[in-house]
Design a protein around this ligand. Structure first.
Ligand code: NDP
Length: 322
């Protein structure tokens, strides 16, 4: 059987994403074939598409999707045909049917819409590990983050508020500022106001931690914003990657910590994945957090989705509908 998918044949810009017909894969041992209801679009796919991250071509992007179990591979237990599932660890999700290891797949409660479920695994579990594992946020902490109306940003701010932190964030337009405020951020400012705001809010002491997904353009501001023994969690490079860095600066800055995490290292077991996804989906189901789908595109328009993400035109989550 054939299906429609987005295939990348070589490093390209967003215009090089084209829909093609490819075979529907068969699930191997331990795998599920999922009929995709919605696929999450993430920055990592722009890095893979453009060659910033190395992948083998031809390549179908997409590790995050939600849908319904269509076929079950040998040896899989605990899943049945028709189960509603979501994952951040699937293969080739920019398609109509995609494979995933059953161990890295979570069931989605009936009360949670599959489009929301597709918007949650990657950015939601990222926000979860950032506040619980990369730097453990404590009540009363002052935290700096950026892109407060972004996919990770909107969820991260809500988790930081659940933890009792004061949140300083940025946004580039008034609409984005309003969204970041509505998510609970205490201070939403322009990028060039970050240093002054940190100074004012912390009385010159600096913040406990910075979550920086912007990278090249914000790294220096992030370092300067930290208090003694503060932690900089550099989790992405939306503006480009941070150049090589002299570790002695961490000493001079006040025994600072810098970490550069990725989600896969915080989903190391089925138990860890169930903890993080279970918390997130539970908080969505009980209304503790809200997940905003800012835009949805037909699968064939994946290139337009990438272009929008890269040009700062999006808010919240972007999904593809097959
Ligand atoms: P967002 O929805 O946050 O989109 C990126 C936002 O960054 C833009 O909307 C824009 O917001 C801001 N931005 C600032 N400067 C630039 C720039 N030069 N170019 C583009 N955007 C810029 O994206 P995601 O939530 O999907 O991802 C946010 C970051 O998190 C990315 O760097 C991504 O790689 C990273 N990430 C890391 C993971 C990990 O485990 N390490 C996992 C998931 C995501 P504004 O216009 O308001 O400034």
């Amino acid at each position: 059987m054939q299906q429609q998918a987005i295939v990348v044949n070589e490093p390209t810009d967003a215009t090089g994403l084209e829909q093609t017909s490819i075979p529907v894969p068969a699930p191997g041992p331990g795998q599920l074939l999922v009929k995709v209801a919605a696929t999450g679009v993430n920055f990592i796919e722009t890095y893979q598409r453009s060659g910033v991250y190395t992948v083998d071509y031809p390549f179908v992007p997409g590790s995050e999707f939600a849908g319904v179990v269509e076929q079950i591979g040998e040896g899989v237990q605990n899943f049945k045909l028709g189960d509603r599932v979501a994952t951040a660890s699937g293969e080739a999700g920019y398609s109509q049917y995609a494979l995933v290891d059953a161990d890295l797949t979570a069931k989605v409660p009936d009360s949670v819409d599959l489009h929301i479920a597709a918007a949650l695994p990657l950015q939601g579990m990222t926000a979860h590990y950032l506040v619980h594992s990369s730097y453990m946020v404590h009540e009363g902490d002052v935290i700096l983050t950026y892109a407060g109306a972004g996919g990770v940003g909107l969820i991260l701010t809500q988790l930081l508020k659940l933890k009792g932190a004061t949140v300083i964030t940025t946004a580039s337009t008034q609409e984005k500022k309003d969204l970041a405020k509505a998510a609970g951020a205490d201070y939403v400012v322009d990028y060039d106001q970050v240093a002054d705001t940190v100074e004012k809010v912390t009385g010159g002491k600096g913040v406990n931690a910075v979550y920086d997904g912007i990278g090249k353009d914000t790294f220096e501001t992030s370092l300067a914003a930290l208090r003694r023994r503060g932690t900089l969690v550099l989790f992405g490079g939306a503006s480009g990657q941070v150049p090589p860095f002299d570790l002695q600066r961490l000493n001079a800055g006040g025994s600072l910590t810098v970490t550069r995490p990725k989600l896969a290292d915080f989903l190391t077991s089925q138990q860890e994945m169930h903890w993080r996804f279970g918390d997130m989906v539970g908080w969505v189901a009980t209304g503790k957090i809200d997940v905003r789908i800012g835009a949805q595109y037909p699968l064939a328009e994946a290139g337009a989705a990438h272009a929008a993400l890269e040009s700062r035109a999006t808010t919240g989550k972007v999904i593809l509908l097959p």
